[in-house]
Design a protein around this ligand. Sequence first.
Ligand code: FES
Ligand code: FES
Length: 170
Amino acid sequence: MPELKTIGRKSISFVLNGKPVVAEVEPRMLLSDFLRQELGRTDIHVGCEHGVCGACTIRFDGRPARSCLMFAVQADGHRVDTVESLATQEGALNDLQRAFRTHHGLQCGYCTPGILMSAEAYLEGHPDPSEAEVREMLSGHLCRCTGYVGMVRAILATAKARKDGKAAAE
Ligand code: FES
Ligand code: FES
């Protein structure tokens, strides 16, 4: 009989929303499960758990990533941001979050944290997107409530306001 080896917990350290995290994790634990179950982060939502719905999207070293498709050990030495990173320490929403509220970009809100993380990253690289481009970006996320119209409006309005603000400052 071949000897079965037990794989122990691994030490990891990473930066979560600007704060250091040091932990021991099972190598097979998903990053989404680690964030929710071990760190109590309920701002990461889990829907399909196989990379389709986008609810679990975080930013990993600045890039949107499905946390249900990663292991927690992969976060070691990296930067992870959740939707909490968008608001100020005092809880004031950022402009994109406020636009979602103004334009009715959410209903139940289950998809919203993941969509905000993707949209924020997208706007950094595409400051003046067309409606078609925003819709294409949103195609990576499933929302069962809104029909997406309010989200598209919110993202376009945020892009315009940021562009106008930048032009006024120049
Ligand atoms: S829970 Fe990760 S993509 Fe659906
Ligand atoms: S607001 Fe309910 S799933 Fe998108």
